[in-house]
Design a protein around this ligand. Structure first.
Ligand SMILES: Nc1ncnc2c1ncn2[C@@H]1O[C@H](COP(=O)(O)OP(=O)(O)O)[C@@H](O)[C@H]1O
Ligand SMILES: [Mg+2]
Length: 476
């Protein structure tokens, strides 16, 4: 009696479990006829007990309820099978069918388990979709960040910004040209920071600062004991440090022709040898170069390899000088004044009049010169409102339409004394000093080295260096 009750209870519990299961359970006999099917299975497969009746699974496939039958496969192959299937109502279901054997090893039943994965795949698609969108947003945000950081108020510079944004997204080599101080290095870094390589290294190589004899070992590294004086452990080159990232070849026009050939081979083959090494090293870098020289002219003069120019100049970016985009000047002034106020804890303000005068000036040293002038006048002026007399003489003169280079010294003295710009008295020595200061500063800003300045002005190079020191003019 107790056994019977236990048995009944167990059957009831199994039946409950069978019906309550969230997964579909379908039990078929060896001919593929349904013995039992739970509610979940009817819901998932979109089929009812009535649809099934006494039909075999092959009949149901013929009638289009299933697109293939895992049960039939199990009966044929005599093993458990799992498949992703689509059923009549369009749902995607994951089906596992298990054969049950009798004592003789013949299949007596097949138990099919089905789980609706439509929702899962929809979720997966939704996640994928969201991920795609996040990627797009991130990209747009970084580009927005770039367009906010790069001042481009003028039409000229906005065109450049568009190119920069599209260059950031691709992997091509780019060549940035423009006068000294126009923002070539700044733009190169912006491109890297907004590219897919942004989390990888950005390695700047100043081609004008590395002596020709060291170039190859600096760039490509060397094996231990490759040459006298070489570190016994060898050294990794700058190129290898930039692997997966960006190499910025600044002032590429200064690179010696022999070195250009080695660089070209590396760009073409994407691999290089260390000095003294015979194992090629393969790396993946994007190359951004910059120069203030006219490389096409240099090609004509055989001072720059045409094939190298072709390789580095896949995307040309020419940054216009500041005098050709005067609309950018006021914003640059205001931004850098803000920056300097923060840096030195100052509260200097600039009037519209001075903004206008500074906008009219030609700025041969471009943004760098402009930033230097702002810093200088902000630091030396004694009042919070910057005054005209704080401006360097060259800018005041420009405002008076009396360019220094066209007039004699007498005119300069007269125009200063005659105008009310400078306020009080000014001594001859002050005029000469200021003129000299401007002269040397302009030459340095134009990229001349002390040795060259000495040549041009027929003076001793130590005198040039002394003057630079006197006026606190920094140079590379
Ligand atoms: N579009 C720009 N917006 C804001 N600042 C800029 C911009 N371009 C350049 N600068 C600033 O101008 C100065 C000179 O730029 P830099 O890249 O060193 O010039 P270059 O390499 O052409 O000599 C830097 O302080 C730089 O941050
Ligand atoms: Mg630079």
């Amino acid at each position: 009696m107790t056994n019977e009750i236990e048995y009944k209870e167990r059957v009831e519990a199994l039946e409950n479990a069978f019906e309550a299961s969230y997964d579909g359970i379908h039990i078929l006999d060896s001919e593929g006829r349904t013995i039992l099917i739970n509610k979940a299975c009817q819901r998932i497969e979109g089929i009812t007990k009535e649809d099934i009746g006494n039909k075999t699974i092959s009949q149901l496939v013929e009638e289009g309820y299933y697109d293939e039958s895992v049960t039939l496969l199990v009966l044929e192959e005599k093993r458990a099978i799992t498949r992703l299937q689509r059923v009549k109502n369009g749902k995607e279901i994951l089906v596992t069918a298990m054969p049950i054997y009798d004592d003789e090893g013949e299949i007596v039943r097949v138990i099919v388990n089905s789980r609706d994965v439509t929702e899962l795949s929809e979720l997966r698609e939704e996640i994928q979709d969201k991920e795609n969108r996040i990627y797009l947003y991130e990209e747009q945000l970084s580009l927005k960040d770039m367009s906010e950081r790069v001042i481009a108020n003028s039409k000229n510079m906005r065109t450049v910004l568009k190119t920069i944004m599209s260059v950031a997204k691709v992997n091509s080599n780019a060549l940035i040209t423009g006068e000294s101080g126009t923002g070539k290095s700044f733009i190169a870094e912006m491109i890297h920071k907004n590219s897919q390589r942004k989390d990888q290294p950005f390695v700047k190589i100043d081609c004008s600062a590395i002596p020709e004899t060291l170039f190859e070992s600096e760039l490509f590294g060397y094996e231990g004991g490759a040459f006298t004086g070489a570190d016994t452990k060898g050294k990794i080159g700058l190129v290898q440090m930039a692997d997966k990232g960006t190499i910025f070849l600044d002032e590429i026009g200064e690179m010696a022709v022999a070195m250009q050939a080695k660089l070209l081979r590396f760009i073409q083959e994407k691999k290089f040898y260390r000095v003294g090494g015979n194992e090629p090293i393969e790396i993946d870098v994007r190359i951004i170069s910059a120069t203030n020289r006219n490389l096409e002219e240099m090609v004509k003069e055989r001072r720059f390899r045409e094939d190298l120019l072709y390789r580095i100049n896949v995307i040309p970016i020419d940054i216009p000088p500041l005098r050709e985009r005067k609309e950018d000047i006021p914003i640059i002034i205001i931004n850098s004044l803000k920056h300097i106020n923060e840096k030195y804890g100052l509260n200097k303000k600039i009037s519209e009049e001075i903004l206008n005068i500074m906008t009219e000036y030609e700025w041969p040293g471009n943004i760098r010169e402009l930033e230097n002038v702002i810093e200088r006048i902000a630091v030396i002026s004694s009042e919070d409102n910057l005054r005209l007399e704080d401006l360097p003489i060259k800018i005041k003169h420009n405002a008076l339409n009396a360019p220094i280079k066209k007039k004699g010294l007498d005119d300069i003295i007269n125009s200063i004394k005659g105008s009310d710009i400078t306020g009080g008295e000014i001594t001859y020595k002050e005029i000469i000093d200021e003129y000299e200061h401007d002269l040397f500063e302009t030459l340095i800003l134009k990229g001349y080295k002390p040795l060259r300045i000495a040549e041009v002005l027929s003076m001793d190079v130590t005198t040039v260096r002394r003057k630079l020191h006197k006026y606190n003019i920094r140079f590379k």
